[in-house]
Ligand binder design. Structure first.
Ligand SMILES: NC(=O)c1ccc[n+]([C@@H]2O[C@H](COP(=O)([O-])OP(=O)(O)OC[C@H]3O[C@@H](n4cnc5c(N)ncnc54)[C@H](OP(=O)(O)O)[C@@H]3O)[C@@H](O)[C@H]2O)c1
Length: 188
């Protein structure tokens, strides 16, 4: 792959990609509570060619490595193993693994994706420069193991609404937002 001078100098950032309901629920602990095919396509486009940092429960909910991306999985279990997962046991090791994945697979990539779920967003948001957020116009009860996306401090983030999608049939309305950090993130 050829690397343009711009790409060589662009800084590496972390970007969170998440879909949440109006009440901040992102899943029931084992999977998503909705099915939005167009949002899944958007997630694919936003993440292709990048390393993903995810928690073991999110890995379990997907069950396989996502093609064209690195699946870096955080677990405290030293014996856990899954085919295709790059296993790490703390956030620093996840950052090191993400950079190694970029160097080995796609040096043009300038983005590490914080991929969830709730525990991993809480741990990694301070490192994020950007959040690609889908907000769905529903407020589901995620049950006793519901995962939530953390509330964002309006003094630290600015929001741009990129698209508003009207409800259609079984599919609720939702919108795409891009949040940019106004204060510097933690160093990667
Ligand atoms: N809507 C969305 O955009 C979106 C995105 C991603 C996920 N989700 C949903 O979110 C839910 C899962 O989220 P969750 O909060 O329950 O779990 P999670 O964040 O996916 O994973 C939690 C697990 O990560 C590991 N972990 C957490 N902190 C760690 C640390 N400091 N060091 C090492 N390992 C650590 C632990 O694994 P061990 O237990 O193995 O030690 C922990 O149980 C699912 O419903 C999923 O579908 C939604």
């Amino acid at each position: 792959m050829t690397v343009s001078p711009h790409e060589q100098t662009a800084p590496l950032i972390m970007s969170a990609v998440v879909a949440m309901a109006a009440n901040r629920v992102i899943g029931d602990g084992t999977g998503l509570i909705w099915h939005l095919p167009d949002d899944l396509k958007r997630v694919k486009a936003l993440t292709m060619g990048c390393p993903l940092i995810m928690g073991r429960k999110t890995w379990d909910s997907i069950g396989r490595p996502l093609p064209g991306r690195g699946s870096i999985v955080l677990t405290r279990d030293q014996h856990w193993h899954a085919e295709g997962a790059i296993i790490v046991h703390d956030f620093n090791a996840a950052l090191v693994a993400a950079k190694s994945w970029i160097a080995a697979h796609n040096p043009q990539c300038r983005k590490i994706i914080l991929f969830g779920g709730g525990e991993i967003y809480r741990m990694g948001l301070d490192y994020c420069q950007q959040i690609d957020l889908t907000v769905i116009d529903i407020s589901p009860d995620g049950g006793q193991n519901a995962a939530l996306f953390p509330a964002l401090d309006a003094t630290e983030w600015s929001r741009q609404v990129e698209a508003v999608i009207a409800p259609a049939g079984d599919i609720p309305g939702y919108r795409y937002e891009c949040w940019q950090r106004a204060t510097p993130p933690c160093d990667l």
